[in-house]
Design a binder for this molecule. Structure first.
Ligand SMILES: Cc1ncc(C[n+]2csc(CCOP(=O)(O)OP(=O)(O)O)c2C)c(N)n1
Length: 537
């Protein structure tokens, strides 16, 4: 016999979860006391940041991360990160404390109904019926979190459970690779071989399923045009590859217009499709053959058109590469982006062009800059797997903590976090964790003094000019960072940008650069080329 607490640490060790991302309260102390050697507690000053760093860490490692939050108090504050993890297929095992079982019936201080509250946004949520079920529930939760489509699980543990007797739990092996149906893949092979013009759409699950090289091999064998899924949360294809054609637009009509020239479209590891503004149209031009290969039954059933095949994307890509006929095609090289000028105030095009020049080629980006995302896409060219992460849901607060978690996962790569001056405020406490845990992220605050993306959406949908709450003057990110113990500086003149970035990359510690930029105002989430938006005027 052992205690629930000892059995839990043993099972965490056996499953490889040695970091505990958290923010503690009274009900977690019996678990956290006398943490065994080999475990590290990563403190965040806000739960959104604790779970957000775990998201970055899990994405960087490709493994589930463990989170310990404080009863319903933390579950509420951390909920937006749980939603990010759910929609973004990030494996998290999230635990929270609960009041002592012996007085729950009397509704004591900090009693928690968190297990019910989080239910729609986790794969599994429970408060175990018996204390001795806690370690097994954590093991089961881990396997469920890792099973495609990956995602968070949630376990609420009463604080008197930890010292109860318990049998040790043996960590089992549960495999995760689900093979797609070969007969359905043969149908894709036939369609590809008969196609005169083929597009491949690449999605985040390519990285999750380890399909990076297989998808490149497939694209090169077919000489096919390759697009990124709309509002890509990960870059799943080398950005400067000769076959890469950029991202799809996140609305029905412009997206189907973009693909109108193709007779066959194969979506690899993405939904069909992720939309933002409602611009009605066909999901795909009638007559175009559309296939989706996805590890997510949810994405397969939610697709608006085409044939969906569920299974591992790498296995599917290898199957297709070994069977499709090669295609010869001469390609005109893509015209290079025009080099942006060193205007004053600095433009975001110039900012990302300069960043691309200065950053290491294996850098990792954690992005949250809504109105300048289009310029980032145009000017930052990274070709390594695992180079780019962004939020899948549109909930602000992802970028800063994910950057810190990614940096913890990648000791040898440098993480860069371009973040809007508004977005940064949703999880600003992550700066403190970056300092305390020596995560040398380069934070670039894009200071335009407003919610430009909302201004863009307002104009795009003809809401009218008279909307409050769009200006955010008077935020000094440099002083905030300094207040958390981080070296920081402001950049106002274009000639100071490159030296400031070079200095930040040369440092072996986190740095924040706040760059005063021109207001964009016309662009939102890559929608700048879209047509016929809904009119909410
Ligand atoms: C948690 C949350 N609150 C509010 C919003 C609405 N929202 C979307 S974009 C945006 C503006 C973000 O401002 P900033 O980071 O400065 O970027 P900019 O739009 O200026 O590029 C807001 C408030 C949201 N998506 N998520």
């Amino acid at each position: 016999m052992t205690t629930v607490r000892e059995a839990t640490y043993q099972v965490l060790h056996d499953l490889g979860m040695h970091k505990i991302f958290g923010n503690p309260g009274s009900s977690e102390l019996p678990f956290l006391k006398d943490m065994p050697p080999g475990f590290e507690y990563i403190l965040a000053l806000h739960e959104r940041v604790a779970a957000g760093m775990a998201i970055g860490y899990a994405l960087g490692k490709g493994e589930a991360a463990f989170v310990n939050l404080h009863s319903i108090a933390s579950a509420g504050n951390g909920l937006s990160a749980l939603i990010d993890a759910y929609q973004g297929q990030v494996p998290l095992v999230v635990t929270t404390g609960q009041q002592d079982r012996r007085q729950i019936l009397a509704e004591p201080f900090l009693v928690s109904r968190a297990a019910e509250v989080v239910k729609p946004y986790v794969k599994w949520s429970l408060e175990p019926l018996r204390p001795e079920d806690v370690p097994s529930a954590i093991a089961r939760g881990y396997h469920l979190a890792m099973q495609p489509p990956r995602g968070p699980v949630f376990i609420s543990v009463p604080m008197d459970d930890w010292n109860k007797p318990c049998q040790p739990v043996i960590a089992r092996k549960v495999t995760q690779t689900v093979l797609p149906d070969p007969a359905s893949l043969d149908e894709v092979v036939r369609a590809i071989d008969a196609s005169r013009k083929l597009a491949l759409i690449t999605g985040a699950q390519i990285e999750q399923d380890g399909a990076w090289n297989d998808v490149i091999a497939l694209a090169e064998r077919l000489n096919a045009d390759v697009f990124a899924e709309p509002i890509a949360s990960r870059w799943a294809f080398p950005r400067s590859h000769r076959l890469f054609r950029g991202g799809l637009l996140p609305a029905q009509r412009p997206l189907s217009d973009q693909l109108a020239g193709y007779d066959t479209v194969v979506v690899l590891g993405a939904p069909v499709f992720l939309y933002y503004a409602f611009v009605p149209g066909d999901p795909i031009k009638p007559g175009t053959k559309l296939f989706q290969i996805t590890n997510s039954p949810l994405d397969a059933t939610a697709a608006l058109a085409g044939t969906s095949i569920v299974g591992n994307v790498a296995v599917a890509a290898r199957y297709l590469v070994s069977r499709v006929k090669p295609v010869e095609r001469s390609l005109a090289p893509c015209p290079p982006q025009p080099e942006p000028g060193a205007e004053y105030p600095i433009t975001t095009a110039y900012l990302f062009h300069t960043l691309n020049k200065v950053m290491p080629r294996d850098a990792v980006i954690s992005e949250e800059c809504p109105s300048s995302k289009g310029d980032l896409d145009r000017y930052v060219k990274l070709d390594c797997p695992g180079s780019f992460y962004s939020v899948r849901t549109g909930i602000l607060g992802f970028g800063l903590p994910a950057a810190v978690g990614l940096q913890m996962a990648h000791e040898k790569r440098r993480v860069v976090c371009p973040v809007g001056d508004g977005s940064a405020q949703y999880s600003i406490q992550a700066l403190w964790s970056a300092v305390q845990y020596r995560a040398p992220v380069v934070f670039i605050v894009i200071r335009n003094g407003d919610y430009s993306a909302l201004r863009g959406f307002r104009d795009f949908t003809n809401v009218g000019k008279n909307v409050p709450g769009i200006d955010i003057p008077g935020i000094d990110a440099v002083k905030i960072a300094q207040g958390y113990g981080m070296e920081a500086r402001e950049v106002d003149r274009p000639e100071d940008l490159e030296p400031a970035l070079r200095e930040a990359f040369a440092a072996n510690a986190p740095r924040l650069i706040s760059v005063n930029v021109q207001r964009g105002g016309q662009k939102t989430m890559g929608m700048d080329q879209s047509v016929n938006p809904p009119n909410y005027g």
